[in-house]
Each structure stands twice: as C-alpha cells, then as structure tokens.
Design a protein around this ligand. Structure first.
Ligand SMILES: [Zn+2]
Length: 194
C-alpha cells in the first residue's frame, strides 16, 4: 500500500501559536520516530481543525475559525506536561467515565440495558483496575470490615437509594482528591458541583 504525502500549511495566527508552542516544548523528549510533534486532522464544516501533540502529551488545537473570539493564546495552559499532570489527566477522565453512568440515559446507551446499581458498581470496579489508586479509594465497597473484622453491608437500600449512595460517596471522595492539586477540568468541576 502506498501512502500519499500530505502537505499542509499553517498560516496566520495559527503559525504564531504553533511557533510559541514549539518553543515552550523545546525541552521535551523526541518521540520514537524522532519527531517531537505529531499532527492530526479533523475536517469540520468550517474548515480543517489541526491538533498538534507534543511527545509529553500536551496538545494544541489549531484552526483560526475555532477561536475567532480568543485574543491571545494563554501559554500557561499549553506548557509541557509532567508525569504528574498526565496521571491527573487520566484520573480525571476515569472519574468522568464513572460519573456519566449516573445518567440513566447514558447508562442505557452504554450497556443497552436499564441502569442498575450492579451495572454502575462493576463498571466502576473495572475502571478502578486500570486507574491509579485514587479511583478505588473513592468507591464505597459492598462490604466494610469493622475493627473486629466483621463484615458490614454498605448497600442495603433500594436500587435507587444504593445508586445515590454510591455517587454521593464517590463524589465526596473525588472532591477531596482534586482539592490536593490544581484541577482545571471544567467538565469534571461542573459535574462535582451538581
Ligand atoms: Zn511537550
């Protein structure tokens, strides 16, 4: 199979942004192919949107039509990502995946079944397996052990009450976690404030 060469031009304000972004990421490691930056393209009804990704994980979105209201680019948002930043990003995405199960409609679309407590609980456990320990620490487990090593059942209400208890506990623990760092994920902050 032959791959065609792709040529593209980045002009105007986008070129300035890209230049500043590249300077900011001068110290980042080069990727496996020897390129620090990779580009991906998404056609939109208004034009081509270009995403520039640095090897550190930071992304810059280009497409002058996307931000005609934006005056200058806020460089503080586009700096190199540390390992810790990347962990927090992944953590926030995982939290959002669990929180979206709170919506019965999304739950039904994701699983093609009616929302149940078990569905949410096991989904969260699955996410926790592939996430850092902050997720599993934020889940209220089915059983707790008291100081005499006796098991206590935590979910003893109706289906709906158990779902509410799960999310109340989860959100409270996640709020405590994101207070420990400067979380700027607006989608997450909005969900946690509701
Ligand atoms: Zn970088």
């Amino acid at each position: 199979m032959q791959t065609e060469d792709i040529t593209f031009k980045i002009i105007g304000r986008d070129a300035k942004k890209l230049n500043e972004f590249q300077k900011l990421h001068d110290g980042c490691l080069e990727g496996l192919a020897g390129d620090r930056f990779s580009y991906s393209f998404s056609p939109t009804s208004l034009g081509m949107a270009i995403t520039v990704s640095c090897s550190c994980g930071q992304k810059l979105y280009l497409g002058n039509f996307l931000d005609h209201d934006e005056k200058e680019i806020d460089l503080s948002k586009y700096g190199p990502l540390s390992k810790r930043d990347l962990e927090n990003k992944k953590f926030e995405e995982d939290v959002l995946r669990i929180l979206q199960m709170e919506d019965p409609r999304i739950c039904a679309i994701a699983s093609a079944r009616k929302q149940t407590f078990d569905m949410i609980y096991f989904f969260a456990m699955g996410v926790a397996c592939h996430s850092d320990s902050r997720i599993s620490k934020s889940v209220l487990y089915s059983y707790s052990l008291d100081k005499n090593h006796h098991e206590t059942k935590n979910y003893t209400g109706t289906e709906q009450e158990n779902i509410e208890l799960f999310f109340k506990y989860f959100k409270q623990k996640i709020r405590e976690e994101i207070e420990k760092y400067d979380c700027e994920n607006e989608a997450l902050l909005k969900k946690l404030s509701s």
